[in-house]
Design a binder for this molecule. Sequence first.
Ligand SMILES: Nc1ncnc2c1ncn2[C@@H]1O[C@H](COP(=O)(O)OP(=O)(O)OP(=O)(O)O)[C@@H](O)[C@H]1O
Length: 298
Amino acid sequence: MRYGDKVAVDGLSLEVARGSVTAVLGPNGAGKTTTLETCEGYRKPQSGSVRVLGLDPQRDRRDLLPRIGVMLQSGGAWSGVRAREMLDHVARLHAHPLDTGMLSDRLGLDDCGSTPYRRLSGGQQQRLGLAMALVGRPELLFVDEPTAGMDPAARRTTWELLEEIRADGVTVVLTTHHLDEAERLADTVHIIDRGRLIASGTPAELTRGGRSATIRLVVTRPFPDGAPESLRIALGEGTEVRQLDAVSMLISGPADSTTLSTVSRWCEEHDVLPESLSLGQRTLEDVFLELTGRELEP
Ligand SMILES: Nc1ncnc2c1ncn2[C@@H]1O[C@H](COP(=O)(O)OP(=O)(O)OP(=O)(O)O)[C@@H](O)[C@H]1O
């Protein structure tokens, strides 16, 4: 997919299993929305092919639309329409809609049902978007950044709702640049960067093994000056040391037993008393860093 000279999605190839939750994870501008919009039939790829529920999203649009739910990243409602009116309107477009009262209640939209769309908070607009995508009982749900702009409570409710939807057998494809969201919700994660697929697998497969380990060191009183540099020298080539605050550091280095013992010896030599020294599991952030040399959420 290109916009003029700009190649937004480049030779990306992925499959989504029915009944699964798939996360397309990547930084801003990676091509996530373009990928979704191509699957939804809003964009025509210049090359390659897309099949959704066995149908061509462009050619078979009329047959596909009643079977999918789409939550756009923003918009999707007229600015003056009241939240509940919009949801009821979308429900009437479907043959067997869900009960809109139940959906409003479940998504915490009852309090703002008579508020015009443009006056809803970002999180409320997101929740209304999700309700609109769900009301037609889709077989397949596309959600673009489902929890962007939501407070922590609304995020949790949305995650629970998406888990319930999966339990009902609905296939979910979501985009996110939040690692915790992908780790919590997805059966399969596709990491994309600059329009290309750079890794795919279950969160466990992607974070297992690898070349690096993450060690978190928390000490009882502030580190001496130059501590990160001195620790990096002690650990040698291929190790990164990041000071998080006055008393904690994050060390990413080779996944072998000597790394931990070197850190503990360095503490002893520098009269630093560890409060905790823990070897952490690799996260999707580490995977992204390893593959691209950049951080996913700077
Ligand atoms: N309509 C457009 N015209 C020109 N360039 C575009 C257009 N839409 C997207 N792009 C460019 O294509 C690339 C991919 O954009 P896309 O919106 O698909 O990324 P994204 O991963 O969804 O990002 P975000 O997380 O910020 O939403 C970006 O470089 C973006 O600037």
